[in-house]
Design a protein around this ligand. Structure first.
Ligand code: LLP
Length: 488
């Protein structure tokens, strides 16, 4: 499988429209008449071992089709994760919904970045906020990644996962003193976000008795052309220092030679970016700042261009930028200044490695709209509700031949109308108990899950290289909730 094809992004997002996160730019489907499938029976679930099966898709000419993924719908109508039927996995696990990952896909995604970075001195700082599963972190660390942190607990987790703290970067516009002290003790790079942040970093350095390697997070004022909630590098953002204040920060660093060592400059433009020339524009501005900083005698040699590369949430097969496209667009600039490049990918490393696997509770209509009601919800996966984000949805097994194809909203059981996983999706009317997946759920899904409506957080599994399935996170239980009140 060509890893590079897994990082494609929709080129269809226009510059002028109001952005919803990865909003599909085509007209919505019209609502078709609703009919319940005749085969409307709940299939009993049996608990059995998951056995490795050959995915017919991998042995056919589909191998050469454009969009390739660890999740493939084969000619037999079943969805496979690597070589395993998702249906079989669904029937064997303790609880649904659950997150299902492909460990080999995580490896392939990291390798795509490593290949792209060949010839450059670099750190791939995985953005832990995208997914903080400890097993996944250990795997990413084993593949050579550093980590990007936004809280003291993310730092503690990175240390627990064995990350080298000197390959970790601490970001944030409201970093707390205690967390900065830990970062200083561990030798983590710290991005300076504001005047008060600089003050706190100085204080932390004194408490820890260590000089802190800092980068200035400069807001380059480049429009990333994404949903406003995930745009960070434009002028109105709460993140970073205004470029016209640069001199103030340089003077402040100079005034604290025992506490701060300025090693570089950082920017992060936003997330779900689908055009790499945006990164090039920002990098060009950033190397100019680095020239300016160097001209004042600072020995800075790190350029951190942040994360933000989007993925093909639409599964449309569009040719979209890959990690290589991203790195190639900044390569010459980085080499021209003899810089070490830090990148901070989250989504493009982990999103496409995972599905949320749900079971259909039932199908209903309100006369104008049809609904597939599933056991998963906005509690497990909030991106559609929060950002109107599109994540591809499909059934895991072939529908019965007489099942009507209709347009459905796919909704959960949570008591509010914002609880949807997908709107206006054309699907074969599923039987009760059928499996339904929400794709590209590896980033910002489990890490943003809540226990709203006391839907406890789901378990996570991955398919290993040898085709076996392992649990990589226990399901949260009602007892876990009760524990918060013990002894009160
Ligand atoms: N570096 C910094 C400083 C960041 O703020 C972020 C993400 C990243 C790196 C990683 O960006 P990525 O490569 O994953 O795009 N909850 C939203 C995404 C918020 C991203 C926030 N910052 C979502 O569900 O799409």
């Amino acid at each position: 499988m060509a890893a590079a094809t897994n990082f494609s992004h929709s080129p269809l997002i226009s510059k002028t429209r109001t952005y919803s996160l990865n909003h599909y730019p085509f007209p919505k489907n019209t609502i078709l008449p609703f009919k319940l499938s005749k085969s409307y029976s709940l299939k009993p679930l049996s608990l059995k071992a998951v056995i490795s099966q050959q995915n017919p898709a991998t042995t056919t000419t589909q191998e050469t089709t454009q969009f390739k993924h660890c999740f493939t719908k084969s000619q037999d109508g079943f969805l496979y994760c690597e070589n395993l039927k998702v249906q079989e996995i669904m029937e064997s696990v303790e609880r649904r919904p659950f997150y299902l990952y492909s460990k080999p896909q995580i490896t392939r995604n990291v390798e795509a970045y490593k290949d792209a970075l060949e010839g450059l001195s670099s750190i791939i700082g995985y953005a832990i906020k995208a997914n903080n599963n400890l097993k996944i972190l250990e795997h990413l660390r084993g593949l050579g990644c550093g980590a990007v942190l936004v809280s003291g607990n993310e730092l503690r987790l990175a240390l627990r996962a064995g990350f080298d703290p000197t390959r970790c970067i601490f970001n944030g516009n409201g970093k707390l003193l205690d967390d900065l002290v830990l970062a200083a003790q561990e030798g983590v790079f710290v991005n300076v976000d504001s005047e008060f942040d600089l003050e706190n970093i100085v204080a932390a350095a004194r408490i820890a008795g260590k000089k802190v390697n800092v980068l200035l997070r400069i807001n380059p004022d480049v429009d990333p052309q994404v949903h406003p909630y995930v745009a960070t590098g434009n002028k109105n953002s709460k993140f970073g220092i205004r470029n016209e204040k640069l001199q103030w920060f340089l003077d402040a660093v100079k005034a604290h030679p025992n506490e701060l060592k300025l090693v570089g400059a950082h920017c992060h433009l936003g997330s779900t970016i689908t055009k790499v020339d945006i990164f090039r524009d920002a990098a060009a501005l950033m190397v100019n700042y680095i020239d300016e900083i160097r001209s004042q005698g600072f020995e800075v040699d790190y350029l951190n261009i942040g994360g933000g590369l989007g993925i093909d949430y639409y599964h449309s097969g569009a040719i979209l930028p890959t990690p290589r496209d991203l790195i190639d667009t900044v390569r010459e600039l980085v080499l021209s200044r003899n810089l070490n490049l830090i990148i901070e990918p989250g989504r493009s490393l982990i999103a496409n490695t995972c599905c949320l696997v749900n079971r259909v509770t039932g199908v209903k209509t309100n006369g104008t709209k049809n609904f597939v009601v599933i056991d998963g919800s906005m509690a497990e996966l909030i991106r559609p509700s929060l950002y109107d984000a599109y994540q591809h949805i499909e059934l895991v097994s072939p529908a019965s031949p007489d099942a009507e194809v209709s347009t459905f909203d796919v909704v959960g059981p949570v008591c509010e109308s914002a609880d949807f996983l997908g709107k206006d999706r054309e699907l074969s009317t599923p039987a009760k108990g059928a499996g339904l997946v929400v794709h590209d759920a590896g980033a910002y899904c489990m890490s943003m899950a809540s226990t709203y409506n006391l839907k406890m957080r789901p378990p996570e599994y991955w398919v290993e290289e040898d085709g076996s399935v392992s649990k990589i996170r226990h399901a949260e239980t009602f007892e876990d909730h009760i524990r918060f009140f013990e002894g009160l």
